[in-house]
Each structure stands twice: as C-alpha cells, then as structure tokens.
Design a protein around this ligand. Sequence first.
Ligand SMILES: Nc1ncnc2c1ncn2[C@@H]1O[C@H](COP(=O)(O)OP(=O)(O)O)[C@@H](O)[C@H]1O
Ligand SMILES: [Mg+2]
Length: 268
Amino acid sequence: MSKFKDLQKTFIDRIEISQYIGLDTSILFYNKLQDSISKPLKMILLYGKPGTGKSILINKIYHDLKDRTDIFIISTPIQNDVEFVKTLYTFLFPDEEVPENLTYNQFIEICNSLKDEKHITVLLDEAQLYPSSMMEQIRLISDTRVIKFVVSLHKTEKEDLIAKEHFQSRIWETIELKNGTFHDTQMYVQKKLIQQNYFEVASMFDKSNIRLIHKFTKGNYREINKLMYTLFEIYDYYESNKPSKIAHRTIKNKFIEMAALKLGYIHA
Ligand SMILES: Nc1ncnc2c1ncn2[C@@H]1O[C@H](COP(=O)(O)OP(=O)(O)O)[C@@H](O)[C@H]1O
Ligand SMILES: [Mg+2]
C-alpha cells in the first residue's frame, strides 16, 4: 500500500481504545466523568456535538474500569424495552439465565429487592436514539439506585429539552464535551501520526498548517479526521500523477485548502 493511502487509513473514524490519545481536554473530561461515576448519583448526562469524543471517552472509561468495578456499556441503543431490561438483567446476574417472560415492571421489582445490595454502572451511548418513553423508564430504573446510568447523547434542541426536564436536579450531573483547543488539534494530528510511526510526516506539519486545520475543523475530532483523510487523498493523487508538485519536507497550506474545498468548508 502506498504511504499516503496508509496515512488516509489512520484518519478513518473509528473507536479503537488502543489508539486513545490523552489530550489535555480529553484528560479533563475523563477525570470529570470518572469523578461523577464515583459519586452516589443516579444519572450522569454526557453531551456534546457529534465528533467531540463522547463514544471514545465512555469506551475508554469502560475499558479502564471494567476489571475493578461493575461497569457495562450498551453502545448501540436497544430500543425495545423488554430486550433492554433483559440486557440489564444479564449485567446484574451474569451467571443466571434471563427469565423468559421478564417484563419491565418485574425488572423494577427485582431492582427494588436488590436495594443496597448491588450497584452497577451502565454506559448508554447514542442515547438520543432512545424514545422518550424509554428514557422515562431508564430514569425510573435509576431511582432504585441499583443501576447508575451514564447517558451519552448528541446535543440537539430536543436533547436540550431532556436536559432541562430531567437533568437539573441535584442527583443528575451533566458534563458537556467541547471541541478541542488549538493545542489539542496539534497534539491530535501529531500523535495520530506518531502512533503509526510516521515521525517524518508528523514533522512536516508546522504551526501554520495546524492553525489552518484548526480553523476549518474548529477542533472537532471527526472533522479533523475527515480533513486529514482528504488531505492525504490529495497527496496520494499527486504522488501518482504529479509527484513534482508535492514538497517532501513541509505540508503546503494550499493542499489543506484544497481538502477544505473538497469537503465544502470553503467555496471556490
Ligand atoms: N482522545 C482521543 N483519542 C483518540 N481519538 C479520539 C479522541 N477523541 C476523539 N477521537 C476520535 O475522533 C472521532 C470522533 O470521536 P467520537 O468519540 O466518535 O465522537 P462522538 O461520539 O462525540 O460523536 C473518533 O474517530 C475518535 O476515535
Ligand atoms: Mg458517538
């Protein structure tokens, strides 16, 4: 595979814990979330725009805590309430078979009977996809204090409403993930390249390149991935078709602008 094709691959959007990067901002949110999980809260709301790193954060927390605490993750919403409580049941009783006709109400009773006995944490990703009736059920389960939920969702107007209605009392804590700073953008680009042993490519990016990348992406990690992917796509094209046009020691801002144009961040 050509070098630039391989570099493109590095910036494909995916959740890979081994590739987690401890950026200043991500460490801050990580510590906040870990601190919230350790408190006697019923629910924790983690929200932020798409691409701010919610999924990778909860996957990382899950990965780090799963061996010493009862913590579980539901990455893809289970939108059927019976299937949902059955899954929760397996979290509470990993060695037992799930009762065949388990209902939501029975599950609540089971939780009530476990009060003060069991405490587990369940991380719910993409929670904007749960219907509001199920959010209400989740809230009632959390009231038993047997299961503490971390609810991770995209911020939209609708979710703002959820935030207002449910998350404003003391027992709910909210953490809003934000885009990275200029420094985070710089570290993210550099560390992604260094992780793949592309030291010489990492050193091709100077401050003005990063400033431009940060300007176009506003420090949103998904957007940085897209821009970097497209940038290396362009480099790959030039390498095959017009190799004399690409410098080998620096990245020309012109190419970052071409990538931005292609992605529609700017218009010709
Ligand atoms: N701290 C980080 N270390 C490594 N990759 C990150 C980090 N933060 C974000 N990313 C990457 O950025 C992309 C978007 O992050 P993601 O967690 O999917 O965002 P969200 O769930 O908020 O939409 C993913 O490809 C993810 O791997
Ligand atoms: Mg996500």
